[in-house]
Design a protein around this ligand. Sequence first.
Ligand code: ATP
Length: 367
Amino acid sequence: MRRQFTIAVFEGDGIGPEIMAPTVALLRDLARDAGSFALDFRSVPAGAGHYRDTGESLPAASMEAARAADAILLSAMGLPAVRYPDGTEISPQIELRMQLGLFAGVRPVFVQPGQDVPLKSPRVTDIDFVIVRESTEGLFASHGKGVVEGDREARETLVITRAVSEKLFDFAFRLARRRKAAGRGKGLVHCVDKANVFQAFAFFRRIFRERAAAFPDIRADAAYVDATALAMVRNPWDLDVLVTENMFGDILSDLGAGLMGSLGLAPSADIGEHHAVFQPCHGSAPDIAGRGVANPMAMILSAAMMLDWLGDRHGNAEMVRLGEALHRAVADVLADGRVLTADLGGSAGTEAVAAAVATAVRIPAAA
Ligand code: ATP
């Protein structure tokens, strides 16, 4: 009996539809040949273009479809010229994160052979770690609530709650455990904070230590955020899972994307207890939209993360294997170096790269 999973698909703006179409086609092919599951894709409207045309950026029906789906695949949303009347950008992905309680922002950082990266060391291809950014509180809890008193001073408040922190740390430890079992991780979690200066971070670290006791097979360590920024440049190959507050995670994630050399390669996931959104780290790239030259790899790698998450959640080993196969196929196309988009120094188009990835997929036999 094949279990059917519903996937809500936000095609988004700019290059969004261009990278989403071949990714969904790839997933359809994989699911068609799968023995244990089927995928049902539901396209849902949202984004800056939708706001421009209808006055709504995330219609209630789209939010409902996202809530009802087993997983959400999102390309990129937002266009610089389309804004709300107060001048802020259209970013329904932030609303999804808040409304669906997606507390864990997962940003893998890895370097494959063939990737042109800024660090020059023979060890660069050993870089393989994950940043878990808390995504619903921290300093961002103050969003829209900051206070400016006259022209004299301004204040924002950082919030750390026990309930969210416990879920966050458990997520990070379980991730380290799965990475270790898959032979990809060192079984190590670092809590990244500023516990030497702020009470809130001392509290955060205390909860981390408490939760660590429940995962005796995983090493738990803590590091200050400034030292972590240095370590990410000096010895990133020693890192495994870094778990941190929202604002620190925001900054370190961009440093991580920088280490990978190209935005077109960086996938991400925003995960909660019941829902998850998978999307590339990059934006809608309006400067190259409509030309069929965008790199689809970050989108495809995000889809691979989705298969892995669904498989893990529903005890479906085939989905986990296919997620890994898709990840390896992207690595093989990169290492081969003949079919790459312009951001990676090649001259191939989006469709050609996606086709090369599809051809490179090797489905391993069940263990
Ligand atoms: P946002 O604020 O929405 O995150 P951004 O301002 O960071 O967006 P992006 O849209 O991510 O900007 O684009 C930054 C640069 O990277 C642009 O020059 C864009 O063309 C390039 N870029 C982003 N994604 C891709 C991609 N998938 N393939 C090729 N180039 C890309």
